[in-house]
Write a protein that binds this ligand. Sequence first.
Ligand code: COA
Length: 328
Amino acid sequence: MYASFCSIGAYAPKKVLSNSDLEQMVDTTDEWITKRTGIKERRIAADSELTSDMGVEAAKIAIERSGLDKSEIDLVICATISPDYFNMPSTATIIASKLGLGTIMSFDISAACTGFVYALSVAKAFIESGMKRSVLIVGAEKLSSIIDYTDRGTCILFGDGAGAAIIRATDDKSRAIIDVHTGSDGEYADLLMTPNGGSGSIHDDGSKTFIKMRGNETFKVAVRTLTNDVVDILRENALSSDEIDHFIPHQANYRIIKAVGDALGLRDDQVVLTVHKYGNTSSSSIPMAINDIYESGRLKSGDLMLLDAFGGGLTWGSALVPFAPDGD
Ligand code: COA
């Protein structure tokens, strides 16, 4: 049994936070943000809009496009670092309940910006082992709930949103996800973290949990890790970069994406970019980008996608994924 990637959906909240809005909040400029990151604007969820609500909206679209009856879904995995509730219940469980999926298995994955690729890897393993047949994977983030809007080093980068996909069992190898690579290295844990609130808190004074980042060092490790991971997965699968239809990297920073694309010899038309309009939406960024090319008509049945993610942990992952909508 193989696992196929058969549908995609995404949701972006309505409120836009532009670079000029940020100029009013911290000591920064549109010019600085654009030049250093490529980001022009990002979306911010309403106060009443939870991570699970955005995940549900993305999931509804992915389920509808898959042609599945929702009773056929037998596992929900949500990748998030901004869950509705820290610790419990999981956001996946809330999403499953809001969608009316019944009493199926559901759980969250914490792998920061690599979360969607980790979720894909776990869904593939469940399907290939025969334990599950139709898995809903969701990347959903309300990062605005863990951003310090007085810290210009982080608040300019991140945004809210969600993406979802249906991964299904198939016996047709030509439709199957070819490979997923995942890795992590806790030696770099302090580059990107939320230091408050957990059992590792040094000053647990009940203050809010915010993302803290050593941006410049993170940048360098990101370029190296994203590039090496793709070189490895292409080599191991005897593929060259011109056989990739869509390179879909984690949307953290245009300069990171450009450096990785150049190092891999990719043409601009192979590289998918949404960072200018959504910023870094962590685990949602890759499925939101896939949805973007789907809705614009660029993603066709049989196209080969190369996903490439990197995030706090550190974590990283890449995947070779043919787009395999049912009924084609
Ligand atoms: N506006 C204006 N100036 C800013 C600024 C902002 N928003 N943020 C930082 N600066 C200043 C710094 O204070 C520093 O000033 P100094 O030289 O007077 O000390 C200067 O800009 C350079 O800072 P530096 O951190 O070296 O800039 P950079 O070129 O590395 O760009 C990032 C900063 C955050 C854009 C960049 O490091 C980055 O994108 N890193 C990767 C982050 C990332 O992708 N994280 C998520 C991974 S999943």
